[in-house]
Write a protein that binds this ligand. Structure first.
Ligand code: ZN
Length: 273
């Protein structure tokens, strides 16, 4: 497992965490700035500045490097709030084959729902970085205690949960029923939603692992998209030439990519009451 602690400015890595007490006016200003920066995450942005600052005094910011495994299958869980980048949850079946069950970026969080149950402290699959970025991380005991006393956090997490349920239901049939070419196009759309460039750093082997299919099938699917001038291929890189055509070629799960993008643009969860 790889964890790289960083400061709140991702361009200036630091090793200290915000668990240290606030001692001065400059520290308080730094915490307030960090709480503002944390608004890149839609769930955190849905909270008050006061609650965000409290959470950040118990948080660590980590850099997400491409290919890092930030959580391992069956290992201890932490709660991740991506500020940028994308984390993919991948489970390994008994026969050794893989399948992805979640793709989360700054519109979402990882483990924020499951660990609310006291008996859930391990489980899930590997959590792998497919788009580099930065995430704020909380330990489960603190997060769970906060969830028990903060109605504000509970409401935001429930709103987030409803989106996750919608995403899961929409994609439930994807592994077994949607064609590999369409699933490949959908995964490329997801990568594009979580980074700012049309050039994606991803290998055929990684796509095969995420989709749980043979690498040869991915090469054929990408070759077909290339022949239609939807994408171009370079060593370890795929460039999207026609985003609209990529969307047309993707399976119905593309609505999840649309929904993630809409949430990112909205900036926060809307709830009533
Ligand atoms: Zn699908």
């Amino acid at each position: 497992m790889t964890t790289r602690a960083v400061g709140w400015d991702a361009t200036k890595p630091r090793t200290r965490t915000l668990a240290e007490p606030v001692r001065s006016r400059s520290e308080a200003a730094r915490l307030a700035a960090a709480a503002e920066a944390a608004c890149s995450n839609v769930l955190l942005a849905s909270l008050s500045q006061e609650l965000r600052e409290e959470m950040l005094t118990h948080a660590q910011a980590i850099r997400l490097e491409l290919g890092d495994v930030v959580e391992q299958q069956g290992g201890p869980k932490r709660v991740f709030f991506p500020l940028s980048g994308m984390l993919t949850g991948v489970r390994t079946r008994d026969d050794g084959s893989h399948y992805a069950y979640s793709h989360r970026g700054r519109e979402s969080a990882v483990n924020a729902i499951g660990v609310a149950r006291p008996e859930v402290s391990v489980g899930g699959g590997d959590l792998v970085v497919d788009v580099p970025g930065v995430a704020i991380v909380l330990d489960v005991p603190y997060y769970r205690a906060l969830l028990e006393r903060s109605t504000e956090l509970l409401r935001a997490v429930l709103s987030h949960a409803s989106h996750v349920i919608n995403w899961r239901e929409l994609s439930a049939d994807c592994p077994g029923h949607h064609p590999v070419k369409s699933r490949t196009a959908y995964f490329l759309l997801l990568l594009r939603v979580h980074q700012s460039s049309d050039t994606l750093e991803v290998t055929h082997a990684r796509i095969a692992e995420v989709l749980g299919v043979r690498r040869q099938s991915i090469s054929e699917a990408l070759g077909e998209l290339k022949s239609r001038r939807v994408i171009s291929l370079d060593r370890g890189r795929i460039t999207i030439l026609d985003r609209s055509a990529l969307w047309q070629n993707a399976c119905d799960c593309r609505r999840n990519a649309d929904s993630a993008r809409e949430l990112q643009l909205a900036g926060r969860f809307e709830y009533t009451g």
